[in-house]
Design a protein around this ligand. Structure first.
Ligand code: SF4
Length: 375
């Protein structure tokens, strides 16, 4: 059982906090779609004919694609791969693209899950973040999507935003809860290099939010979502039971996936592979029959580090017996020593065979994961 990921690296404009690779040269979208179709056929044996259970259009802004382009890509998957009848097919979308007509047409495709980047339900905050949508039409957009039969919707939220008061943040979360969606992803704002916010920070025109404020926002998010029936199943992910993201869960559960498009990553259990990140080079190399990717065969240490990285983020945590069965004695002893220290500091719960992050640990999950890495 496996997944396919399509990377669509286009955005209509760049948000102030975003350092993702992206292009706004929308004229080349058609060329990219043709190249992705070519890659899909070239690599049809990569997943060894495993059943495709999830398909994910991520970006960038995949909702930039026309319905015809989405259908062309999905049609090529159906022609070359064995796809499960209840395949989860997600489209990441920006609210401003989800017009009544687009949603109506989208409902006739095989896409059955929407992941919508709303980020906030506060107009001042959206403006500050450089988002192109306001809150006025958000409610209508989500209702339209639901009326057109999308009953598996995820919304993204950002917390720890400079200038956003606690009350405004909580009101924003409450407005999102009123939309009755099945899944919410909540991320702390981090200021990365190559962003507009980084430039502001370096010229003293922006102050980062203090850690204790970020922690308060995060803890309140956890509590509020739990009160409303959302299970916190991964560090940043909350879902009504039965609506966890199957595609993202497959990354955390070591399932294989094929990444199509510029900078997309693939994994087949033995190696990782990633495509060139420039859209122009990706298209050019594919059309010239040149190599457009790099491959790294995973060592035992890589596999251990990946296991820790992916599993410790989940509510189920990682399995001590899996580590002792699949990794050598040196790695296993290092792991147990670190676990001992981290559980004494109450960052992880050591329960039976499982190790999970405590609430205190979740707040510094990246640090804990790095502590457990074998280098
Ligand atoms: S946040 Fe999303 S829409 Fe904004 S620039 Fe980044 S990828 Fe594009």
């Amino acid at each position: 059982m496996a997944g396919i990921y399509f990377h669509i690296p286009y955005c209509r404009s760049k948000c102030h906090y975003c350092d993702f690779y992206e292009s706004n040269n929308i004229k080349t979208v058609n060329q990219l779609v043709n190249s992705e179709i070519e890659e899909l056929t070239l690599r049809k044996n990569y997943l060894d004919n495993q059943l495709i259970e999830t398909i994910y259009f991520g970006g960038g802004t995949p909702s930039i694609l026309s319905i015809a382009q989405l259908n062309d890509l999905l049609g090529e998957v159906m022609n070359n791969y064995t796809v499960s009848d209840d395949c989860e097919i997600t489209l990441e979308a920006n609210p401003e693209d989800l017009t009544f007509d687009y949603l109506k047409s989208l409902s006739s495709t095989k896409i059955n899950r929407l992941s919508i980047g709303i980020q906030s339900f506060n107009d001042d905050t959206l403006l500050f973040l450089g988002r192109k949508h306001g809150t006025q039409k958000l409610e209508e957009t989500i209702k339209n999507a639901q009326n057109f039969g999308f009953f598996n919707i995820s919304l993204d939220l950002i917390y720890g935003i400079p200038g956003m008061s606690f009350d405004n943040y909580i009101n924003s979360v409450k407005s999102v809860l009123n939309l009755n969606v099945q899944h919410i992803s909540a991320y702390a704002l981090t200021i990365e290099k190559n962003t507009y916010f980084y430039k502001l920070l370096k010229t003293n025109r922006l102050t980062e939010v203090a850690d204790d404020v970020v922690i308060t926002h995060f803890n309140s998010t956890i509590d509020l979502l739990a009160e409303n029936g959302y299970v916190h199943y991964e560090v940043s992910s909350f879902a009504i039971e039965g609506y966890r993201s199957r595609h993202n869960s497959s990354y955390w559960n070591d399932k294989h996936y094929l990444g199509i498009g510029p900078s997309a990553h693939s994994y087949n259990g033995v190696s990782r592979q990633w495509n060139v990140n420039s859209t122009k080079n990706y298209c050019l190399k594919l059309s010239n029959g040149q190599n457009y990717y790099e491959v790294e065969v995973l060592t035992e240490i890589d596999k251990y580090n990946e296991y820790v990285l992916l599993k410790l983020r989940t509510v189920e945590g990682l399995s001590k017996s899996y580590i002792s069965n699949y990794f050598n004695h040196t790695i296993n002893s290092y792991f147990l020593d670190e676990v001992f220290k981290l559980s004494n500091e109450q960052y992880i719960i050591n329960s039976g065979d499982n190790l999970m992050l405590t609430k205190k640990g979740i707040l510094i999950s990246d640090f804990i994961i790095r502590k457990l890495f074998f280098v």
